[in-house]
Every structure is written in C-alpha cells, then in structure tokens.
Ligand binder design. Structure first.
Ligand code: PMP
Length: 407
C-alpha cells in the first residue's frame, strides 16, 4: 500500500484537527480516536433527540428508542451475525465479560475448570476469578510461547473433560498476536465447553464474521473501535444468552416484579438494567457503520506494512527488546518493547514531550504475561487505520535519539 493511506483518513477523525503538531497518536489499543460520524451521532442525540429509551410513549422517546435499537442491527452487521437481539449493549468489554462470567456461573462447580490464557487482560481474568471463588471451580491457563503466541500445541495438557469454559483474547493487547479462534473453538466444543472471546482488540481491525470464528460469546468496546467512551457490546448465541441470569437488576430488564420476587425479560434486555449509555451507544452504531464503508483489504495491508516498519525500526536500535512475534499475518500493529536502562514510563514521557508521540507504559493490565516475560512494565505502540509513516518515523527517531542521550 502506498504511503498516505492513514493520512488520507485523518479528516474523518476530529482529534487531528484539534491537536497541535506534532501529534503521533500510538496509544490506540488503550483508546482510539473517535471518528466524526460517531461524534456527530452522539451530539445529535444529546441535543436533538435526547430522551430515555424503551419506556416512553412520546415522540422523542420513540425517536431515541428507534436509534438505540438500530445500534443492535449495526453491530450485528459489523459482527456478521443475523439476529440483532443477540447483541447486548453494554458500557464496554469489561462489562460484557462480567455479564458472561456471572451468567455462566451456573455451569461451574467444585472440580470444574475455567481455561484462560497467560496473555489475558485483567478484564478477562478477574471476572473468572470471582466466578471460580463463588463456585469452587479452578482457573487454569493456556501457556504462551517465547514468541508471545498462545501455545495451542500444548492445549491438550490443559483442556480436558472438566473444562466448562474457555476464555481468550481475540487479539493480545500486549503482543498483538491474533488467536486461532476456529481451532480453539473446535477443541473447546469437543469437550462440551463454551468459548468466550475478549474482542476488545479484535473488533477494531475491521468487520468480523463471528460464525466462522466459532465463538459463543464475544465482548467488545466502542471506544477502541472509533466510537465514544462508555459504549460496548456483548454478542452471544441466543440459546446461551437465554440460559444466563442477569448481572444487574433494575428497570427495563424484567418481565414481572412483585414484592417477593421478579422474572426477567428475554435477552438482550435482561442484561441492560437501568438507563443505558444511550448517546455513546448510538455513537458506537455510527462508528460501526463508518467502519463498514472502509476498504479493509487496503487498510490491513497498510497496517501490516507499518507494523513491519515499527518492528524493523525497533530491531535496529541497540538496547530495545520487543515482545511478540515478527511481522506476520497473525499479528496486528500492537508492539510492546523495553529499553535497557530506561523505565517504560520515562520512555513514554520523553517521546511525548520531545516528539508528540503518545505511547502506553506499564503492565498493560496483563500482569501474568508481564511475569511470564520477567517484566514489571514495558512500553507499547499501537497503530490504527489513521496511523502512517510519519508516526513510525517519529517513534523510531525519537527512541533512537533518546537512547543515544541516555546511554
Ligand atoms: N481486554 C483487552 C484485551 C483490552 O485491551 C482491554 C482494554 N485495554 C479490555 C479488555 C478492557 O476494555 P474496557 O476497558 O473498554 O472495558
């Protein structure tokens, strides 16, 4: 792909018009910049059609509810699934994974096992720890190899007939590796377990075809896919959603309430207690629609080329250690590294102050993986479709320069 693909997209992202140069935003895995259609949809809702959803009978409430329910259809299309009612609207991946872990508790008992991976984000670990603690189940992990990929060849050692749930990141927020979901789904289903996927870093890389990936539940965050903060979704097979109890109780998730007890609405409303983040969710729907207009073959080539440049550039600087595999089809533009003699936070601060490069530094909410590599902190650069050669140049030149001075 010719240079400039990312720059050409920048007019669709208001941040680029508002940030003084130099502005090299390479913290997209934490939160990506909002696209204009999402920002406009959010503002339009808040200023023109703001009303509560699912409960009103007046004109505005009707318009708000129609827009809100339309988000399910947008997300269903983006995820490649047929039934919008299988899309639960949430506040983000963390909320989706908590709904999943709580909803699947009844499948767990003493001696049962939840299989996570060594590369999970804390959002896909802690909810399962809570579920295991409450049920007497045990949490085990699929190991990660030296190259930062899941070692699925050792799956047979940890997946067995006590495994009830397998839960895994679609894409690692540390090593950028893409999980072979169809292979994992086949193995999971062969032992009668369900496959839950943390799609926080998978969903931003273009429209998906969840049926071919084979997962049973898939959680994502709107703010990482160019939508507003406070938005997200959990997709689930209807049969599975229907067996899951709600995570939170409150308004609009019930069928009937008496003093003694309550019964619940069917999915997806059962999981949407209280007033949802209506504006952000409407914005997320607009972001999904916008993303579906882009040429993802070209954008994936663009991202692969830039990722190759980042990896090559880092490899050329003495004292930098990169975690994760080399450029490959099963890794995206999320690159984590350490710099000899410099703390990750100092690396981030220097790059920000001197070059306008926004990086992430710390444990990336993945302490088990950091431990696996003997680290407490690392720096991370993460790309988005609007990233381009100027960002990579600023990163590599800035690091090279800083390391020379501090050596
Ligand atoms: N899982 C992964 C892999 C992530 O990268 C993140 C965000 N850093 C999350 C879960 C949590 O997402 P959120 O904070 O939007 O709920």
């Amino acid at each position: 792909m010719t240079p400039g693909v990312g720059q050409a997209l920048r007019p669709h992202f208001p941040a680029f018009a508002h940030q003084p140069p130099p502005f090299h935003y390479l913290d997209n895995a934490a939160t990506a910049q909002i696209c204009a259609p999402a920002a406009e949809a959010l503002l339009r809702f808040e200023t023109r059609t703001r009303a509560n959803v699912k409960r009103g009978v007046h004109r505005l409430a009707d318009a708000a509810t129609t827009a809100f329910e339309g988000v399910r259809a947008d997300l269903a299309r983006y995820l490649g699934v047929a039934d919008p009612d299988e899309v639960v609207l949430t506040t983000g991946t963390t909320a989706g994974l908590n709904i999943a872990a709580n909803g699947l508790r009844h499948r767990l008992g003493p001696g049962d096992e939840v299989l996570v991976t060594e590369l999970e984000h804390h959002s896909d670990l802690v909810p399962w720890h809570l579920a295991a603690e409450a049920t007497g189940a045990t949490v085990r992990a699929i190991p990660v190899g030296e190259d930062g990929r899941l070692d699925l060849d050792r799956l047979g050692r940890v997946l067995n007939d006590r495994t009830r749930i397998v839960t895994v990141a679609h894409v690692s927020n540390v090593t950028g590796t893409v999980t072979d979901l169809p292979r994992l789904a086949a193995a999971t289903h062969a032992v009668g377990a369900v496959l839950v996927v943390d799609g926080a870093q998978g969903a931003p890389h273009g429209p998906l075809d969840l049926p071919t990936l084979g997962c049973d539940l898939y959680a994502l965050s709107g703010h990482k896919m160019f939508g507003p903060t406070g938005s997200g979704a959990l997709w689930g097979q209807m049969d599975l959603l229907a067996e899951m109890p709600p995570f939170m109780g409150g308004g609009e998730m019930i069928r009937r309430v008496t003093i003694e007890g309550s019964t619940f609405a069917p999915p997806p409303h059962r999981f949407e207690a209280g007033t949802p983040a209506i504006g952000p969710l409407i914005g997320m729907g607009a972001a999904a629609r916008f993303l579906m207009t882009l040429d993802w073959n070209a954008l994936r080539r663009h991202e692969a080329r830039l990722t190759g440049r980042v990896l090559e550039g880092l490899a050329g600087i003495e004292g930098i250690r990169v975690f994760g595999p080399p450029a490959a089809p099963d890794r995206v533009g999320v690159v984590t590294f350490t710099v000899d003699g410099l703390h990750a936070h100092d690396v981030c601060q220097i790059l920000d102050a001197e070059r306008g490069v926004a990086l992430r530094g710390g444990h990336h909410c993945a302490q088990p993986l950091m431990g696996r590599f003997g680290l407490v902190a690392s720096a991370r650069a993460s790309l988005a479709p609007y990233s381009d050669d100027d960002d990579v140049d600023a990163l590599i030149e800035g690091l090279d320069d800083a390391i020379r001075r501090f050596r």
